[in-house]
Design a protein around this ligand. Structure first.
Ligand SMILES: C[S@@+](CC[C@H](N)C(=O)[O-])C[C@H]1O[C@@H](n2cnc3c(N)ncnc32)[C@H](O)[C@@H]1O
Ligand code: SF4
Length: 384
């Protein structure tokens, strides 16, 4: 099933810097107390964009996502220059979704109007918690009031605003989360990302957890919090369209849907990833993680690639399965068959359906609520 020029095509821009490193986070992000030469980084972003333009000519950009790290530390004119360069290399579809991830400190909120003027039309705010003691425990640089003020300002500047919360935090009870989520839903517009705290290897949280100094809700409590999340969000008209993402129907993040539906995207900046189809082969590309190494290589080679792998038909199909089963709409079995050259065994599917882990609607296969709780196991079984 070759990619066609009409398929969605996204551009991911990674800004790999943060003011401080949150102790739970293992995203590709770095703190530079000495400051960042933003002009030099911009020049490198524009060079790397040219590289991708040469590898994905004639595509129409349907979404752009500034992620991080903390892209709200970028000057609005840097964002504007990147958006102008994208529009110079590719056609950009009418009404393309252009999202920027922001941290809700008051300093960053001052940039919102500038981002909107640059063309950003969707803001995703990392609020994480609605009380100051939890924010402190998460190592955040903002208070709850500051975050809510940033949310109000975001609503004034952008038609589409989403925010993130993390639940199953240290000491949080089911009833704490119920109250917090109810408050969050009062502030929500059309999209919310609600992540269960993951203890990521190599983070300060992992070290404290291993030493027995960080007590997070056990699996049963966390599953109850997940179930409650579905219930409250369904009632509020923001059902989950992906494991952790909730939206009013029609307000889903089109850029994130593009990943989960297995479409192509360019990715620029240190630590970014990309999937590009060339001559019928999909390739997985990764940029160097160190911002300084990335900068130096872009200057000499015109790109910051650290690896580039052609994916086999089976790898493309398995990646599609892995991503699409995260979605409420599920996966298209016919597409999996076309990608891999073989169908998933029907008796295997029937057995998983019998166990209540998957549901079938014609050619679509969805993980049920119980299936989503054991999604990793389910995916491994189906991809085998
Ligand atoms: C790329 S991150 C951060 C964006 C922005 N820098 C911020 O902190 O608000 C995107 C989201 O991932 C979530 N996240 C990061 N690490 C997590 C973890 N260990 N467990 C659960 N959610 C996490 C947070 O909700 C965060 O807003
Ligand atoms: S959660 Fe956001 S601000 Fe905190 S370290 Fe990760 S990317 Fe940076």
């Amino acid at each position: 099933m070759p990619m066609t020029r009409d398929d969605p095509f996204g551009i991911y821009v990674h800004w790999p810097f943060c003011k401080a490193k949150c102790p739970y986070c293992d995203f590709s992000s770095h703190v530079r107390h000495g400051g960042i030469d933003e002009e030099r980084f911009l020049a490198a972003y524009l060079t790397e964009l040219r590289h991708f333009a040469g590898r994905a000519p004639g595509r129409t950009v349907t979404s752009i996502f500034f992620g991080g790290g903390t892209p709200s530390l970028m000057h609005p004119r840097t964002v504007a220059a990147i958006l102008d360069a994208i529009a110079g290399h590719w056609g950009v579809s009418e009404g393309a979704e252009i999202t920027l991830e922001a941290n809700p400190t008051s300093v960053e909120a001052e940039n919102f109007a500038g981002y909107a003027a640059a063309g950003v039309n969707r803001l995703s705010l990392g609020i994480q918690a609605l009380d100051d003691s939890s924010l402190k425990a998460l190592g955040r640089q903002h208070t709850a009031d500051e975050a809510l003020a940033a949310l109000d300002l975001a609503k004034q500047n952008f038609d589409r605003v989403s925010f993130d919360l993390i639940y199953a935090r240290e000491g949080q009870t089911l009833s704490d989360w119920k109250d917090e989520l109810a408050r969050a839903l009062e502030h929500a517009t059309d999209h919310l990302s609600l992540y269960q705290l993951t203890i990521e290897d190599g983070t300060p949280f992992a070290a404290r957890h291993e030493a027995g100094h960080l007590r997070v809700p056990d699996n049963d409590k966390a599953s109850a919090m997940y179930a409650l999340t579905q219930e409250l969000c369904d009632t509020a008209g923001l059902p989950a369209y992906e494991i952790s993402n909730h939206a009013r129907p029609g307000s889903e993040s089109r850029h994130n849907l593009l990943y989960w539906r297995g479409h192509d995207y360019a990715g620029i900046g240190a630590g970014a990833h990309a999937r590009i189809s060339e001559g019928g082969t999909k390739r997985a590309l990764s940029m160097l993680k160190s911002p300084e190494d990335w900068l130096a290589q872009v200057k000499t080679a015109g790109h910051g690639l650290s690896s580039e792998e052609p994916l086999s038909a089976q790898e493309v199909a398995d990646e599609y399965l892995l991503m699409a089963l995260r979605l409420a709409e599920g996966m298209d079995l016919a597409r999996f068959t076309a990608l891999s050259g073989h169908a998933i065994d029907e008796t295997h599917l029937a057995a998983l359906a019998g166990d209540g882990l998957v549901a079938r609607n014609g050619e679509r296969l969805m993980a049920t609520r119980s299936g989503r709780l054991v999604l990793e196991r389910l995916i491994l079984e189906l991809a085998a």
